[in-house]
Design a protein around this ligand. Structure first.
Ligand code: AMP
Ligand code: MG
Length: 435
């Protein structure tokens, strides 16, 4: 254990200086969700790929329907049907003077036609009203001939989606650095891309330690508590964008812990342990980590005191042949969670190559019945409830780092700086928003 205290910022700088973005890989679109693109993606096809109808209706020549109205509809000969997915009119026919083609939304505009008259502006070939028109249009058999009465004129290109009106070949679809969200996945699929080159999600292995830990669902026998850390931190890792593996609780035996960590290294970009680091506690994590892998390997985990509350004792370093970053977080659930938020989450995001590593912070007015006390020389993180309308933050529960129910009710961390020993109600404070 280093004897000097590390500030929160020094510890974080040390972590971010040690982690590098993961090497890019080619991923299927869905697997790339939330990841950062590392290539400029150019469009190779036009979108739409061809002129097509924006409506169900009739493809016509503009001059034919000029002056059409309810009283004096224009009568056109229906020469065929064009469904979405069809190649156009049969035998490569085009729409000639006095003719129309029945056309569906998304179907290619046939040669000769200049616009689409929506079916609502016609009799649908029935001689009846708009309701008949819609039904008839929908139900008419393929290749139906006959006539259609058009009640309104259209301008050239009306109800036509022009080829390339969305994007054209050669245009930049998404620049490198884009974060792949649902609309970006949609665009990539629309231009025909099945895979993209991105930085992958880090794989985070979460291991809790403690002989006292029982698994939820098991019976709780004397002196035991349920392992909540491995669940909370696995969820937090997922929330940060990682692929998370919950290994669960390992008993307080350095050999067992070392064996577990060595087993897990194969699938880990980050290892997170909880417990076994408190001063005076049986230092199982420390002992196990002093001899992970080969003794000649560089790296190692430094156990330090961080000038913060909660979360003072913890470790960070790298282990194994790939120098995998390892976070040895405290065992107390609030300490573990706050430490994860402050240190592991930014590291995960740095591995992903994201520009935005941190939770948003705001300033808010402290709303409390009495002054909050805070230890001198340590940055305190209290659980709070943030009211965006009022611009206030209210402490939830006390400072105790075992208070998991209060943590579950909180949506923010109230930050009291190192030099503050007491914060009066009404004080302007920094708040980290957790949601
Ligand atoms: P330790 O640092 O291992 O002494 O743990 C500090 C405190 O946190 C003890 O009260 C532990 O019982 C508790 N604790 C440790 N690990 C967990 C866990 N995975 N889930 C819930 N509480 C834990
Ligand atoms: Mg323990």
């Amino acid at each position: 254990m280093s004897s000097t205290m590390w500030s929160v910022d020094e510890h974080l700088d040390d972590i971010l200086g040690a982690v590098r973005p993961l090497e890019p890989i080619e991923l299927q679109l869905h697997d790339a969700q939330g990841c950062v693109l590392v290539e400029d993606v150019f469009v190779e096809i036009a979108l739409p790929p061809f002129d097509n109808s924006a409506m169900d209706g009739y493809a016509v020549r503009v001059a034919d329907v000029d002056g059409a109205d309810e009283e004096f509809p224009v009568v056109l000969t229906v020469i065929g049907d064009i469904a979405a997915g069809s190649g156009g009119l049969p035998d490569g026919r085009s729409v000639g003077p006095g003719e129309a083609a029945r056309i569906m939304t998304g179907a290619p505009l046939p040669a000769g036609a200049e616009a689409v008259v929506p079916v609502e502006w016609t009799d649908g070939g029935t001689g009846g009203g708009p309701a008949d028109a819609m039904r008839a249009h929908r139900d008419a058999p393929e290749g139906a001939g006959g006539e259609v009465r058009v009640h309104r004129p259209v301008e050239a290109r009306a109800h036509v989606r022009d080829r390339g009106s969305d994007v054209r070949p050669g245009e930049l679809a998404l620049p490198a650095g884009s974060v792949i969200g649902p609309p970006q996945i949609g665009l990539l699929a629309a231009i025909g891309r099945a895979t993209v080159k991105v930085r992958p999600r880090p794989r985070v292995v979460v291991i809790s330690t403690g002989a006292e830990l029982a698994q939820p669902g098991e019976e709780l026998t004397g002196g035991r508590i349920y392992d909540s850390n491995s669940f909370a931190l696995t969820a937090a890792a997922r929330d940060a964008g990682a692929i998370a593996y919950r290994v669960g609780a390992v008993t307080d035996d350095p050999d067992a812990l070392r064996a577990t960590i060595e087993d897990q290294l194969i699938r880990a970009d980050i290892v997170v342990t909880t417990g076994g680091v408190s001063v005076g506690a049986y230092d199982v994590v420390k002992e196990a980590l002093s001899s992970v892998g080969d003794a000649d390997e560089p790296g190692g985990v430094d156990f330090r005191k961080i000038a913060m509350q909660p979360g003072k004792p913890q470790g960070f370093g790298s282990i194994g042949p790939d120098r995998t970053p390892l976070f040895a977080l405290p065992g107390n659930p609030v300490s573990a969670y706050v430490s994860f938020e402050l240190f592991v989450r930014p590291a995960i995001r740095a591995l992903m190559g994201l520009a935005d590593l941190y939770r948003p912070t705001v300033r808010a007015t402290l709303k409390a019945d009495k002054a909050l006390s805070s230890p001198a020389g340590r940055r305190q993180f209290l659980r709070g409830s943030y009211d965006v309308e009022a611009g206030t933050v209210t402490p939830v529960g006390g400072a105790g780092s075992h208070l998991v129910a209060a943590l579950a009710r909180a949506d923010a961390l109230i930050v009291l700086p190192e030099d503050v020993t007491s914060a009066e109600p009404g004080t302007d404070t920094e708040v980290v928003l957790l949601r």
